[in-house]
Design a protein around this ligand. Structure first.
Ligand code: MN3
Length: 209
């Protein structure tokens, strides 16, 4: 029986400055993400046989989760899986590239161009989707079963893998992700965030999954 574990942040708390402040990263990882992990462990204690599944497996097979804990699993396994991915698809100076030079390359760049017209149009559409998500949630670039890319948003901590879609890229649009630095201006956060996208990691997810 393995409990779910909070992964270490793969860089320093201040590594995403000036785009995401050290204060936000500390709270976001050490408090928010940690709480999802703690709550998930507390929920699964009631059905300890479920500890055999990874958090992703819990979300892929929601219909097999007992109804009395299903919402708690969506919220807390979702919170755990979403944030674990989020830390990895960001990096200082956009994956080692100079700030603002970060763009995808290779097959992912081609696919983005095919489906959205250009990288700039893709970014615009992603930002718009993130902006219009009412309340708390996430904006995603996902791949469907046929390999087609799509921009979607989900409420709260719902993860697209519960609907058979594979997340490639995600931005957290909960206020806790930006409010201390960007106040109520989510649009500014969405724009600035592109500076810290780890494109090599996103490309890896696109080609592997
Ligand atoms: Mn968050």
């Amino acid at each position: 029986m393995e409990k779910y574990i909070l992964p270490a942040l793969p860089y320093a708390y201040d590594a995403l400055e000036p785009y995401i402040s050290e204060e936000i990263m500390k709270l976001h990882h050490d408090k928010h993400h940690a709480t999802y992990v703690n709550n998930l462990n507390a929920v699964i204690e009631k059905n300890p046989e479920l500890f055999e599944r990874t958090a992703e497996e819990l979300l892929i097979n929601l219909e097999s989760i007992p109804e009395d804990i299903r919402t708690a699993v969506i919220n807390n396994a979702g919170g755990h899986v979403n944030h674990s991915m989020f830390w990895e698809i960001m990096s200082p100076s956009a994956g080692g590239l100079p700030a603002q030079a970060g763009e995808p390359s290779g097959k992912l760049a081609e696919e983005i161009k095919n489906q959205f017209g250009s990288f700039a149009e893709f970014q615009q559409k992603f930002n718009d989707e993130g902006l219009k998500r009412f309340g708390s949630g996430w904006v995603w670039l996902v791949k469907d079963a046929s390999g087609k890319l799509e921009i979607i948003s989900t409420a709260n901590q719902e993860n697209p893998i519960s609907n058979g879609k594979t997340p490639i890229l995600a931005n957290d649009v909960w206020e806790h992700a930006y409010y201390l630095q960007y106040k109520n201006v989510r649009a500014d956060y969405l724009k600035a965030w592109w500076n810290v996208v780890n494109w090599p990691e996103v490309e890896k997810r696109f080609s592997e999954k």
